[in-house]
Design a protein around this ligand. Structure first.
Ligand code: 5RP
Length: 223
């Protein structure tokens, strides 16, 4: 199977987790894009989607799917029972690295607002310890040098993602060289670096369920 076929297979496996008539959190990236396309193709009627990026919102609208802001969803008094999104790395505890597509801040916000986070990925994303994929960190532009210096002190090798500005008007540092043995602890430590908006560790709010595709089929991993 090609990489794209594996992404389509796992995106399809997420469809039964969508609750018709309810709100749905929708992620960002190529796997999430397949999920959006399948959601539309299967004509699953939802009350509306809360998107984790402008790109996903545009794709959803392009299919005629209603998109709500998070504030509109909260004002409606409805819950977001399910959130479907991809990942760059998944460890056995369902801690994640996300942000390869640069949407980490909104992705983390939608994760925090949702009851069940269903992560969809192919098996190449599974690792024993997070850190092989450079950890994305969204940084306020003025603080770039300061944050990069502090990250180097923590043993990382930060690199500016050239030519990229987030939906929130900020920059991304991709940090290589990290071996993240205690993801939740390290996530908190990074949260305390002044000038960072969000780091791409999803450990304190990890996935509840990971669907992982390989040539053998789709496996479900529970937290
Ligand atoms: C976007 C993300 C994506 O979920 C992650 O990069 C995986 O993307 P893809 O499905 O294209 O492999 O975190 O910020």
């Amino acid at each position: 199977m090609t990489a794209d076929e594996l992404k389509i297979a796992v995106a399809r496996a997420a469809l039964p987790h969508v609750i018709p008539g309810d709100l749905l959190g929708v992620g960002t990236g190529s796997t999430a894009n397949h999920f959006i396309d399948l959601l539309a193709a299967e004509k699953i009627e939802i009350a509306g989607a809360i998107a984790s990026s402008e790109a996903s919102a545009a794709r959803l609208r392009g299919h005629g799917i209603k998109v709500l802001t998070l504030d509109e969803a909260i004002a409606s008094g409805r819950r977001i029972p399910v959130y479907v999104n991809g990942a760059d790395e998944i460890d056995p505890g369902l801690n994640l690295i996300k942000g390869g597509g640069g949407a980490l801040t909104r992705e983390k916000i939608v994760a925090a607002a949702s009851d069940c986070f269903v992560c969809i990925a192919d098996s190449s994303k599974c690792v024993n310890m997070l850190g092989r994929f450079p950890l994305p960190i969204e940084v306020v532009p003025m603080a770039l040098g300061l944050v990069a210096r502090e990250l180097a002190k923590l043993g990382g090798v930060p690199k500016l993602r050239e030519g990229f500005v987030t939906d929130n008007g900020n920059l991304i540092l991709d940090v290589a060289g990290l071996k993240i043995a205690e993801p939740a602890l390290f996530e908190s430590e990074l949260d305390h670096l002044t000038g960072t908006v969000t780091n791409g560790l999803f450990a304190r709010r990890r996935a509840d369920l990971a669907l992982v595709s390989s040539a053998d089929g789709v496996r479900a991993l529970h937290a």
